[in-house]
Design a protein around this ligand. Sequence first.
Ligand SMILES: [Zn+2]
Length: 411
Amino acid sequence: MAMTYEMYEFRKLLKELRRKRGRGTELISLYIPPGRPVADVMRYLRKEYDQAGNIKDKLTRKNVQSALESIMQRLKLYRKVPPNGLVIFCGAIPQGADRGTEKIEIYVIEPPEPVPSFRYVCDHEFYLEPLEDMAREKKAYGLIVMDRGGGLVALLRGSTYQILEWVTADIPPKHSAGGQSQRRFERIREERVHDFFKRLGARASKALLPYLNELEGIIIGGPGDAREKFEEGDFMDYRLQQKVVANLPLSYTEEQGLRELIIKAQDYMREASLYEERSKVEKLLTMLATRPGAVAYGVGEVVRALQAGAAEEVLVLEDVDYEYVVRTCQNCGYQESEIRRSSKAQSKGWTCPKCGATTFTEEKTHIIEYVGELAKQSAAKVSIVNPKSEWGEQLAALGGIAALLRYEFSS
Ligand SMILES: [Zn+2]
């Protein structure tokens, strides 16, 4: 799947947090799992606050205690921990080279997946691993590794896997008696193989059907041709059978084969995600050639379409170089906005059209964030496109941003 705006936003925040450094071990990371009573967490934090009173260095002590105070203040706003839990990062971040320039920064995050366990970490950087894990590709794939000797069924999520089933075959080894008994022997052997395929199919169905909705695909692999015979024979439930997206040759079976298949499957998934991106851009280009009124392109047009609620799906290059700027007159509060290249420096001279004053402030938002927020309001989809691709270049030729429209719209 192409990257969504939500994921883009989440990864961007993580990148920002990764750069934050405290002077001492002054930065607090707090992970609260769903269902944990807020009062319990408050009690825990108050205890930490008291213990921080023992910190020898006066400034460190002050910074840790102020951070804890900020966290407790924020936590008071919650009667209950949100459905996925809550993650809070807080600490004194130096704003300059000197000691004493630190400012308390706080980030409160409702994560996209449930917080696995309670953690309180005090360090010179924020503890981000559990969130980094959530930022990784998480689609599930069913994997089947097999040959005529046996098979296993596993579930792959991101880079972690879980073996759900082992199925062994009960097949007599080949021998060469010759003649009549040889033919009978071969027949028995074929029956046993068929029987094993049936059992493997049934066990795979039972193991994977509970994950049907989240399964992006099923990948089969193994040495020899058993894997192909298994797929051709429709031994699995038809709903799973339809999800088979690849059948790959492997050198090994069992767990070693599984590890081999995971590496190959990850290549396949990368390809699949690129393929999806490419098809989206191609669909847009086809539309542009056949029904140009159903497409908006260029930053101005796309933003107007979004504001009108006319955009259905926006494609935007990850490195698109625009920003949305709101200028406020410092004298009378008059505001105006514009979209411009981010590489341009702050507007030089400006005179307020209302009061004639020349002092003003500017607030800038990167265009992807601006577009993402507009899209949320009208339930439009946003896909972030990799600029270093052929289709990325095609999108760049349209100004780096384009949208498929719900209805023809002229701006
Ligand atoms: Zn003014």
